[in-house]
Design a protein around this ligand. Sequence first.
Ligand code: FNR
Length: 414
Amino acid sequence: QNRIYRDGVSGLVPNIPTDPQTLEKAAADALPEKACAYLAGGAGSEATMRANRAAFESWSIVPRVLRNVAERDLSTEIFGRRLPAPLALAPIGVLELAHEEADLAVARAAAATGVPFIFSNQASVPMEDTADVMGDAPRWFQLYWSTNDDLVASFVERAEKCGADAITVTLDTTMLGWRPRDLNLGSLPFSQGQGIAQYTSDPVFARMVKQRIVSERVGKPDVKITRSTVKTLINMTHHYPGKFLPNLLSAQPRTAVETFLETYSRPSLTWDDIAKLREMTKLPILLKGVLHPDDARQAADLGVDGIVVSNHGGRQVDGSVASLAALPDVAAAAGGLTVVFDSGIRTGADVFKALALGADLVLIGRPYVWGLALEGERGVEDVIRNLIAEFDLTVGLSGLRSVEQITTDALRAN
Ligand code: FNR
């Protein structure tokens, strides 16, 4: 804030707008229509998206005075790691729609600020490459449960090798929501091969593509690809994990995309599968998309480590309960689990309210995508720094000095 005002004396304005509405508008103006539809859109009438925001308005902060707030500490410990603020970057797929550097730009900004980046299962860059630009900075991996358990195990193993501190399983997207902005344009990025880099860089997925190519060859001797080409591709995957994408896609784009579309999601998923995941990894496991207290209780019983209270930014169930409205009861039912919150966080006051209502950590979603679209890595970094600065002021001006001191005492229901 001080830096922005100091720069202002010399006639400089910030790289990106400092409020969420102007930021989103600027990004929407800069983005191609289809990219904007996918990134900004929500399910159905977008009632859930609006409800997410309205829920924040239904609480007010009640500031206290004369409490010596000169020194403040926003840091917090999550899964044994001290973070600079109770904030992380939500997993967001197909970031190439916003900027050509996609996940790499976001990863650099995350590393520069110390804020964890959750790698999406639908990332535009293989997780190995993204991890490479982050040094020791914190990162998690977000999993979508595919129809193929071997592929799931492979993703988890790769995430462990990439230094992930936790695995977040997203459970609210076993089917893609009804999203009219995309439907009306007939555009789904995945069907063009975007956002499938985690798959095309995976040895198990490469085997699945190979099997498909081989089975397609039966009775079609004129198909150009030969067994030895396939063998070469598979070998490349093993030797250069993370570098497979261009090769596989240029050789067999259609087959890779079709294999992906058939395998990426398993709507038949149940609690038993989560028990399997518990056996697969020692990393902390979080379940993302929990909105009912009973689901939080069941998660705790199963021995997972955390939940993410989320409605996927209003992109899945139109008319769903607002994420913030669900938070207090879900957090109360979650026992000792780590409670992460997202969907609708836009300002420092929003972070404050979510923490007061029971969250240990919040995720930012779309706002960092707008920063990425406008200014790449620098834009993401500015969004993070601005949000932390605004949160810091909110804490101090409310008469508090630390994250632990933020409780429901600081709020009043409107
Ligand atoms: C998402 N989200 C998401 N979640 C996830 O678990 N895996 C993913 O690949 C994606 N992809 C994705 C793409 C886009 C364009 C958006 C907007 C969202 C959901 C995301 O992690 C988070 O839950 C929401 O974005 C939070 O809501 P806000 O902050 O965007 O309102």
